[in-house]
Design a protein around this ligand. Structure first.
Ligand code: ADP
Length: 319
C-alpha cells in the first residue's frame, strides 16, 4: 500500500472533518501518499482528486460539514459508473480507499470491493442507523443539538401550557428521537420501530395534564410521519393547544462534540491501519465500547436493533 484515497459521501455529519484529518495525518505518518477526493463517488468518477498534506487538514477538527464536500451520485449505482470509478483509482495510483458515509455509501464501498478495490468504511451519519456499530460519527453532536432545542422549547411550552411536538431526523431509525427523548425528559417518544396509537397518546397527555404537568414534549422521529399533521390531530382530540417544530437540517451541522471528534479521530486512524494491514472490505465501528472492525458484507447484512430498554425507560421516566 503506497497511496490511499479518502472521500465523504451521502448525508454529511459533524465529525467527518475530524475523520478526514485523522486519515490524512495517520496515512502520512505511515509513509503513505494521501489523496483527497471531492464530492464523494461523483468526484471519484470525474477525477476530482488532489494530494493532501498535513497542513491541508489544519484547523478543521472543530468544523461541521466536510471539507471534501459530499454528494449523491446516480451514475455510481450503475455497473458502468463503478467501472469508471475503478479506472480512475488506477489512473491516480490509489491502492486503498477510505469511504466516510452512511449505509448507501457503504453499499458503494461494498460494490467497489467486489471489483477488487481495497476499501474501508468509516460510519459518518447522524442517524446512527448502522446495525454493526453502537455509534456513528455525528450522532452525538446531533443529540446535543436536539437537546439544546428541546430545552428551549420546554421553556415556552411550560409558559403556555402547550403540547409541543418536535420532529427530528433519523430516516427509518428512531435513535435520535429515543436518546434525546430520554435526555430531554420528553413525555412521549414516537419512533418507527414502535409506531404509536393516537388514542393512547392523547390519553397520556390528558392524564398528565390532570396530574399537573405544565407541558407535554413529544419527540417524533421523521420516519413515523409529519409533526404538523400529528399536531393538528392531537389538538383536535385533546383540545389543548399543540405546536409542532421541525428541527430539520440544524441537526446535521455545527461543531462536533468531544465524543464525535474522538470517535472520528480513532476511527480514521484505524481505517488507515486496516488498509496497511491488508484488511480491506471492512468497516470500522464501536462494539462493547471499543473500536472494532467487521467485514462489510456481514456489517451490511445486520438489522439495526433499537434499544428496547431505553424505550421502556422513557415511558417510566416520563410519568
Ligand atoms: P448515505 O451514505 O448517507 O446513506 P446515500 O444513501 O444517499 O447516503 O448514498 C450515498 C451514495 O452512495 C449514493 O448517491 C450512491 O452513489 C452510492 N450508493 C448508494 N447505494 C448504493 C448501492 N446499493 N450500490 C452502489 N452505490 C450506492
Amino acid at each position: 500500500m503506497r497511496t490511499i484515497g479518502v472521500l465523504t459521501s451521502g448525508g454529511d455529519a459533524p465529525g467527518m472533518n475530524a475523520a478526514i484529518r485523522a486519515v490524512v495525518r495517520t496515512g502520512i505518518d505511515h509513509g503513505l501518499k494521501v489523496m483527497g477526493i471531492h464530492r464523494g463517488y461523483s468526484g471519484l468518477i470525474n477525477g476530482e482528486i488532489f494530494e493532501m498534506d498535513r497542513r491541508s487538514v489544519s484547523d478543521i477538527i472543530h468544523k461541521g460539514g466536510t471539507i471534501l464536500k459530499t454528494a449523491r451520485c446516480e451514475e455510481f449505482t450503475t455497473d458502468a459508473g463503478r467501472e469508471k470509478a475503478v479506472n480512475v483509482l488506477k489512473v491516480f495510483g490509489i491502492d486503498g480507499l477510505v469511504v466516510i458515509g452512511g449505509d448507501g455509501s457503504f453499499r458503494g464501498a461494498q460494490a467497489l470491493s467486489k471489483l477488487g478495490v481495497a476499501a474501508v468504511g468509516i460510519p459518518g451519519t447522524i442517524d446512527n442507523d448502522l446495525a454493526y456499530t453502537q455509534y456513528t460519527v455525528g450522532f452525538d453532536t446531533a443529540l446535543n443539538t436536539v437537546l439544546d432545542a428541546i430545552n428551549k422549547i420546554r421553556d415556552t411550552s411550560s409558559s403556555h401550557e402547550r403540547i409541543s411536538i418536535i420532529e427530528v431526523m433519523g430516516r427509518n431509525c428512531g435513535d435520535i428521537a429515543l436518546y434525546t427523548g430520554i435526555a430531554g425528559g420528553a413525555e412521549k417518544v414516537i419512533i418507527p420501530e414502535k409506531g404509536y396509537d393516537l388514542n393512547e397518546l392523547c390519553r397520556i397527555i390528558i392524564e398528565g395534564k390532570i396530574r399537573g404537568k405544565l407541558h407535554n414534549l413529544i419527540l417524533l422521529a421523521e420516519g413515523v410521519g409529519g409533526a404538523n399533521e400529528l399536531a393538528s390531530k392531537v389538538e383536535n382530540v385533546t383540545g389543548i393547544e399543540t405546536r409542532s417544530t421541525i428541527l430539520g437540517h440544524i441537526q446535521r451541522g455545527g461543531s462536533p462534540s468531544a465524543f464525535d471528534r474522538i470517535l472520528a479521530s480513532t476511527m480514521g486512524a484505524r481505517a488507515v491501519e486496516l488498509l496497511i494491514e491488508g484488511k480491506s472490505s471492512r468497516v470500522v465501528g464501536v462494539q462493547g465500547g471499543k473500536i472494532s472492525d467487521m467485514d462489510i458484507d456481514e456489517a451490511l447484512s445486520m438489522k439495526h436493533e433499537f434499544n428496547e430498554y431505553l424505550y421502556n425507560l422513557s415511558r417510566v421516566l416520563s410519568y
